[in-house]
Ligand binder design. Structure first.
Ligand code: ATP
Ligand code: MG
Length: 715
């Protein structure tokens, strides 16, 4: 029967395809290499069977039997070796060495009658006439397949990644079918069960098919799109083959009127004719083949199309987003809900600080979704920067010392069920990473999808750039607005200052006259006259008006400080002396924490005294029921490297609420009742300190107190 004869050829084709897909992408990968050896052995086996089934001559049949066994003998140990490589298990195992030794022994015995001493004929063609060594060979054959199977099943149980599990499951299924086929085949001729169909070859085809699906859907090996198409095509043909063969069998029966139950010992000539008929049937069945291929393609790539569409849509959406957090969130949530994946996150990388910061992360509602955010290490950024490509977590294995850090990173990512880390480059540097979790479907991201994700990352970079520019523009606009406002403010202030100065100047003359005359009157009047008391009041109020005028003039015309060598402690003592009676009245204690090694400062004695008077007065005003003022001095190293003297004035008052803090240095800003404060104290003090090359800082806690820290340059 032609079905029976051509089956090995199909299996051979599939094996060769597997061999090609193992060697094409990466010839140095241990995993691929082991796989290639196994596929080669399987191919030799199938070739032998094909030859065996094509001949009618027992002599030739024996030769083919021998050829076939060259392939069969190493299969178990090669398979076991591949399983170890596939599961990344250590490969120096005693059982593996024993396996190779046994394989060597059987290969050595292979040409002798102890292994095979001829062929016998059966319904399904020639069968080997087994020698005494064949039974132990059978045990070796099955044990190593079973051993590999056990390892696979165990790994399946412990794998957390769903697509790894799916992939392992496919390999397990393939192996199980193969194992069954092997058992049946060998049992057949050892027990001489002639009636049983030799299912070894079809089961080998199933094994190849299972691996083929694992390649296409679960990246058993990374093959290109073209290779995937070929696998797909062959899978289609294989799926179609039984139908075609059935048709052919019908043709055999009806048209040619040949008996089909028995196996005619026809030669290669008939075979060629059958093949021509087969070709014709293929042509007739082409539409059917197309349909089937379409169905298979949908089955294998359907979800992919969905993913692709989702990604393309997302790429389009990102362009219109101008706010970084909204953009990051849309991206993460879009990936999680539309692809869908277990988790997705966008992380910014700061190369200077070697640190990742999260912009957004989303996780799926699925129970499998990882609860914690992956820990990203700078080794990851270095690797991405160096290779310039996406990190495919399950594919990445690192050899050598330089990658030890990456190994830990990848293990971590695996534990978090991350599938991909896509780098985002700006001017050749990694600026962010897109961390994509495994697909909910348990499938892999194929090359096309990874390319789309990389495009998405590129788009995100542009969007991030735009968002950055937009933010920059916005903050510049705000700054401009602030500058404008402060310009208006200072123009207003300048006007107020000028007005104040001219008014003060104008008022000063009549004030002097009032003071001079009230003084004269006081001296002329008897001290006990009632008029004298009234004139005293006039003189006192004139003095007060004079102080306000002086303050205004001070504020309006900023006088250059007359710098001299001063001791900050002397200036502070002077201010406390001046305030002495007031402090006592307000129940305020003063504590001095002076640094005795303090260097001299360069400043204007009167102006600095005024600064400290203002600060201590404010402190006093803030403690209505009394309290403590601490004056502390010390040395302070400025940002520019200059040595400064710092003086802090701390109180235990009511503190400054945050909403006031920004305004306290504004002129005329006061929270005090009318007549108690003009709001000039701090603005005048700030002006003085700026002219000295110093500064003033506030630190305040509502309900606890305030510290004003002044710095002045040293002499
Ligand atoms: N130590 C402090 N504790 C609490 N609030 C303070 C303190 N120092 C300043 N302030 C707040 O800052 C405001 C501005 O202070 P500033 O010294 O400039 O003006 P003023 O004290 O109100 O009036 P002036 O000093 O002109 O008599 C005050 O009204 C007060 O609200
Ligand atoms: Mg004040």
């Amino acid at each position: 029967m032609i079905v029976h004869k051509l089956l090995p050829l199909i299996a051979l084709g599939l094996n060769l395809l597997l061999l090609g897909s193992a060697l094409a992408p990466d010839r140095r990968s241990q995993r691929n290499l082991r796989f290639a050896y196994l596929a080669t052995a399987l191919a030799v086996w199938n070739l032998g069977v094909f030859g065996l089934r094509a001949t009618a001559d027992p002599e030739t049949a024996l030769i083919w039997q021998r050829v076939l066994h060259v392939g069969v003998i190493p299969i178990p140990v090669l398979f076991y070796h591949y399983v170890l490589a596939f599961l990344d298990l250590p490969r120096r195992r005693p059982e593996l060495i024993v396996g190779y030794v046994l394989c060597g022994v059987f290969l050595a015995a292979w040409p002798t009658p102890a292994f095979l001493h001829g062929v016998t004929e059966s319904t399904w063609g020639f069968m080997p006439a087994a020698g005494p060594l064949y039974a132990p060979f059978f045990v070796y054959f099955q044990s190593y397949l079973a051993l590999g199977l056990v390892r696979l099943v165990r790994a399946y149980g412990s794998q957390s990644s769903s697509f790894k599990r799916n992939r392992t499951l496919l390999v397990i299924t393939g192996v199980e079918v193969s194992l069954l086929g092997g058992i049946v085949d060998i049992a057949r001729f050892m027990l001489r069960w002639d009636w049983l169909y030799p299912i070894g070859i079809p089961s080998n085809a199933v094994f190849a098919l299972a691996l083929g699906v694992a390649i296409v859907r679960y990246r058993l090996m990374d093959v290109g799109v073209l290779a995937k198409r070929i696998v797909l095509y062959l899978l289609t043909s294989a799926a179609l083959a039984p139908i075609l063969f059935l048709g052919l069998w019908g043709l055999d029966q009806v048209a040619l009127g040949r008996p089909s139950a028995s196996m005619p010992a026809d030669g290669v000539g008939t075979l060629t004719r059958d093949a021509v008929i087969l070709l014709l049937v293929f042509t007739v069945a082409l539409p059917l083949l197309r349909k089937l291929e379409g169905g298979l393609e949908r089955l294998m790539f359907r979800r992919r199309h969905g993913v692709r569409d989702a990604l393309v849509k997302l790429i389009k959406e990102l362009g219109s987003l101008l706010e970084i957090t909204a953009l990051a969130r849309t991206l993460a949530e879009g990936l999680v809900t539309r692809v869908p994946v277990l988790s997705a996150g966008l992380y910014r990388y700061d190369a200077a600080a070697s640190r990742f910061t999260r912009l957004a992360r989303a996780t799926s509602d699925s129970a499998d979704a990882p609860a914690t955010s992956p820990v990203l290490d700078k080794a990851l950024a270095l690797w991405l920067g160096m290779t310039g490509r996406t990190l495919i977590v399950e594919e990445t294995s690192f050899r050598g010392g330089a990658y030890t850090k990456m190994r830990a990173v990848v293990a971590q990512l695996e534990a978090e069920r991350v599938a991909l880390v896509v780098p985002l480059f700006m001017e050749g540097e990694v600026t962010a990473v897109l961390v994509v979790g495994e697909k909910l479907s348990g499938e892999i991201f194929d090359t096309d999808e990874i390319e789309l994700l990389e495009m998405l990352a590129g788009e995100t970079v542009i969007a991030l750039k735009n968002a950055g520019l937009y933010q920059d523009l916005q903050s510049r606009m705000e700054e401009l607005q602030r500058t404008q406002e402060s310009l208006v403010e200072s123009a207003k202030l300048a006007a107020v200052g000028e007005l104040a100065a001219s008014v003060a100047h104008e008022i000063n003359t009549p004030l002097m006259v009032i003071l001079g005359n009230s003084n004269l009157l006081l001296r002329q009047l008897p001290s006990n006259s009632p008029a004298s008391a009234k004139v005293s009041i006039i003189e006192m109020e004139a003095h007060r008006a004079g102080k306000i005028v002086r303050d205004l003039l001070n504020f309006a015309r900023k006088r250059e400080p007359k710098r001299e060598q001063l001791s900050a402690h002397d200036v502070l003592d002077r201010a406390i002396d001046l305030l002495g009676p007031k402090l006592a009245l307000a129940h305020v204690e003063v504590e001095r924490v002076f640094d005795l090694s303090l260097p001299a400062i360069a400043g204007d004695r009167d102006q600095l005294t005024q600064v400290f008077l203002n600060l201590i007065t404010n402190a006093m005003d803030a403690m209505e029921t009394g309290g403590r003022v601490v004056l502390q001095t010390g040395i302070h190293q400025g940002d520019d490297g200059r040595t400064m003297v710092s003086v802090s004035v701390s109180d235990t008052g009511h503190g400054i609420p945050p909403e006031h803090r920004a305004r306290i240095f504004e002129p005329f800003y006061t929270t005090k009742s009318e007549g108690r404060g003009t709001g000039l104290g701090l603005s005048v003090s700030l002006g003085i300190l700026q002219m000295h090359g110093g500064s003033i800082e506030v630190d305040s806690k509502v309900g606890h107190g305030t510290t004003m820290r002044v710095t002045v340059p040293v002499w």
